[in-house]
Write a protein that binds this ligand. Structure first.
Ligand SMILES: Nc1ncnc2c1ncn2[C@@H]1O[C@H](COP(=O)(O)OP(=O)(O)O)[C@@H](O)[C@H]1O
Ligand SMILES: [Mg+2]
Length: 255
C-alpha cells in the first residue's frame, strides 16, 4: 500500500527565489495533514507541485502512487483541488459551474444532482445557485470551489487555505466534513497560515518556513520536540524556529 503523498528532495526555484527548498515529506492515507507557515513560506507552491501545475526544479513528487510528472492527468482525475484564489468561471452561475465540473469527472446525473443539492444546502448556498458567480463574495466562491473538489468523491483532497473567507459556521461544517471523509479513508492535505486551524483540524502538522519544513508531527510530538509539554502551537513554533526574531512571524500567523 503506497502513501498518499511522497516528496523526495523536492525544490522549486523561480528565478532567484527558492520557493521550496529540498523538501522530503511522506503523508500516509486517511490523514488530515496541515502545512502551516506564514505568507511566502512555500505552501501554495508545494501544493501546486502535487497537482502537476508547477514543475519542480529538483526532486520527485508521487501522489497516490503516481509520478506526477509522468502522468499529471491520472493524478488530477483522483484528486480534488481547491486553489488559494478560486478561479471559477465567473460568467457561469453556481449551478452551471458545478454541473459542468460534475460532467467533466463523469459523475452520474442523478448522483450529481443529489450531491450538489446536499452541498449547497450544507454550505448555505441554496437559493443563490442560479446567480452568476461574479456576483458572489470571496467566501461564496470558496464554497463553490470546495463543492467542486468534493463532487467526484476523490481519494485525496489538496486544499489551499480552504477555510479562508468562510464564515465560522461554514468553516465548522467543512472541518467536520473532512473528519467524516477521513473516516472513509480520504486523505487531506491543506495549507493554512492560521495556527488555530492547523491545531483544530490536522492529525499531523508540518511547520513550513522559507521553503523548508522545520518540524513535523502531531501536536504531542511537536510539543515533545520543543520540550514544552503543555504548550500550544504558538510556543512550539517559536521554540522550534528559534525565538526572538521570529516573534513577528508568529504574530503574523496569529492575525
Ligand atoms: N509564479 C511565481 N513566480 C515567481 N515567484 C513566485 C511565484 N509563485 C510564488 N513565488 C514566490 O515563491 C515564494 C513562496 O510562495 P508561495 O508558495 O505562494 O507561499 P505561501 O503559499 O506559503 O504563501 C514567495 O517568495 C513567492 O513570492
Ligand atoms: Mg499560499
Amino acid at each position: 500500500m503506497h502513501s498518499a503523498i511522497e516528496l523526495n528532495a523536492v525544490s522549486k526555484q523561480y528565478n532567484e527565489i527558492i520557493a521550496v527548498n529540498n523538501v522530503n515529506l511522506t503523508i500516509p492515507t486517511a490523514e488530515i495533514f496541515g502545512l502551516l507557515g506564514p505568507n511566502g513560506s512555500g505552501k501554495s507552491t508545494t501544493l501546486k507541485m502535487l497537482m502537476g501545475l508547477v514543475q519542480p526544479t529538483a526532486g520527485q513528487v508521487t501522489v497516490l502512487g503516481i509520478d506526477v510528472q509522468k502522468d499529471p492527468v491520472a493524478v488530477k482525475r483522483q484528486v480534488g483541488y481547491v486553489p488559494e484564489s478560486p478561479d471559477v468561471y465567473e460568467f457561469l452561475t453556481g449551478i452551471e459551474y458545478l454541473d459542468f465540473i460534475g460532467d467533466i469527472y463523469g459523475v452520474k446525473p442523478a448522483e450529481k444532482q443529489q450531491r450538489i443539492t446536499e452541498y449547497l444546502r450544507a454550505l448555505q448556498l441554496d437559493g443563490r445557485e442560479g446567480d452568476m458567480i461574479n456576483s458572489y463574495s470571496d467566501g461564496m466562491k470558496k464554497k463553490i470551489s470546495l463543492i467542486s473538489a468534493f463532487l467526484h468523491k476523490p481519494k485525496l483532497l489538496i486544499l489551499d487555505e480552504p477555510l479562508n473567507a468562510l464564515d465560522p459556521r461554514s468553516a465548522r461544517i467543512v472541518k467536520d466534513y473532512l473528519q467524516s471523509l477521513k473516516a472513509q479513508g480520504v486523505t487531506t492535505i491543506l495549507s493554512t497560515h492560521v495556527l488555530e486551524i492547523a491545531e483544530a483540524v490536522c492529525d499531523q502538522i508540518g511547520i513550513m518556513y522559507q521553503g523548508s519544513i522545520l518540524a513535523l508531527g502531531n501536536m504531542a510530538e511537536l510539543r515533545q520536540k520543543a520540550s514544552l509539554p503543555s504548550s500550544g502551537l504558538e510556543d512550539i513554533f517559536l521554540k522550534l524556529t528559534g525565538t526572538g526574531d521570529l516573534r513577528p512571524v508568529v504574530e503574523e500567523l496569529l492575525k
